[in-house]
Design a protein around this ligand. Structure first.
Ligand code: WQD
Length: 337
């Protein structure tokens, strides 16, 4: 069964291609390599033994999408392709509305034109903003987005919801990711942040590898157990498997009468920045260089998931721990030249 994976050469996309293969699916990738490297395809091939089918292109290109849907019998789409840097979205919002929102409208339009019945959408816990209650469930009120990036995720969820409601033969699932970290255990694929990493774990592994002198910890005056922010760090392979579970529910389940569902994809546990650092020190068995700095604009104090709905309806839950994710992230960092 063929699945179109937009952004399939990216961090989460590449790991999902591997898990889709193990689940018996054929993936067709469309990626414009704006936030990924073609070398990822070599890594995927070494893991699964098959060269991925990929088209270098953009989801705003309706003609290319039409060509793909004409050429392949696509049963469903997993839509990762998007810009995802929170800070950049504040500086350049129109790039985010073009890449994330208009591209999703184009993709949906072409899907309907070719009667492609199923979509899994890459959403984010950022839609919850600073939650009043923890853990967050799928019914936790959506807050006004704290960045254009977060707003694009909220807008796309609403566009997809409305499209499903208007169509008879179209189902969709939005997966709200928490904080994806780690790498495939083979160290053949992993996270390749361009330039200075904005996310915590790739910055930590670069400090550990001596590529950067120290980590700046953005604030230790939050109302948490040690003053640093709490996040739900999920192994990227567990996250990839959640996408397989979602596409299975859409394309294989006979009795799935749910046209549109949203699921939290996290571990259900929260860890502070200092707890992540301490775990990493336990892995490298070396002291870790960090410095407490002022808070980063836009950071929420704490967010982590209630994952009972995704466990119940997707039949999925995380299998890997924070430590395992950091071990895999560290092995991947050491594999980079
Ligand atoms: C985690 C914690 C920082 C870097 C973002 C997006 C979210 C999702 C994941 C796409 C925070 C602290 C970080 C550093 C630090 N992306 N930190 N020093 O901000 O929770 O989520 O990435 O979907 O949508 O918003 O992740 O890794 O940037 O930060 O102290 O150098 O680590 O303050 O508390 P975040 P992050």
């Amino acid at each position: 069964m063929n699945i179109l994976v937009t952004g399939g050469a990216g961090f989460i996309g590449s790991h999902t291609i591997v898990e889709l293969y193990h689940a018996g699916y054929n993936s067709i990738i469309i990626d414009n390599f704006s936030n990924s490297e073609p070398t990822v395809l070599d890594g995927i091939e070494k893991i699964i033994g098959v060269k991925p089918v990929i088209f270098n292109g953009d989801c705003n290109d309706a003609d290319l999408l039409s060509t793909l849907f004409n050429k392949y019998d696509i049963k469903g789409v997993i839509h990762f392709a998007a810009s995802k840097a929170v800070g950049e979205s504040v500086a350049n919002p129109l790039k985010y509305y073009h890449n994330n929102v208009s591209a999703t409208v184009t993709l949906l339009s072409v899907m309907l034109k070719f009667s492609i019945p199923s979509l899994v959408f890459s959403s984010s816990c950022t839609v919850y903003g600073e939650p009043d209650l923890l853990p967050v469930t799928e019914d936790t009120p959506i807050k006004v987005a704290s960045s254009p990036y977060g707003n694009t995720k909220q807008i796309c969820e609403e566009i997809i919801r409305d499209t499903v409601a208007a169509e008879n033969n179209f189902k969709a699932i939005s997966l709200r990711y928490f904080n994806p970290i780690g790498a495939h255990e083979s160290a053949l694929i992993g996270e390749l942040p361009k330039g200075t990493p904005s996310n915590l774990v790739p910055f930590i592994t670069q400090v550990g590898a001596g590529l950067r002198p120290e980590l700046q910890v953005f604030g230790n005056d939050y109302n948490t157990v040690d003053g640093t922010c709490v996040r739900d760090y999920i192994h990227v392979v567990d996250l990839a498997k959640a996408h397989v579970a979602a596409i299975n529910l859409l394309v294989k389940s006979e009795n799935n009468n749910q046209k549109y569902r949203v699921y939290n994809i996290g571990t259900g546990n929260g860890n502070t920045v200092l707890e992540v650092i301490k775990t990493f020190e336990g892995i490298t068995e070396k002291p870790f260089n960090y410095k407490i700095m002022p808070r980063r604009e836009g950071d929420v104090t704490a967010v982590y998931a209630d994952v009972s709905l995704s466990e119940k309806e997707l039949g999925w839950k995380t299998e890997k721990s924070l430590k395992e994710a950091l071990v895999d992230a560290w092995r991947w960092q050491l594999s980079l030249k």
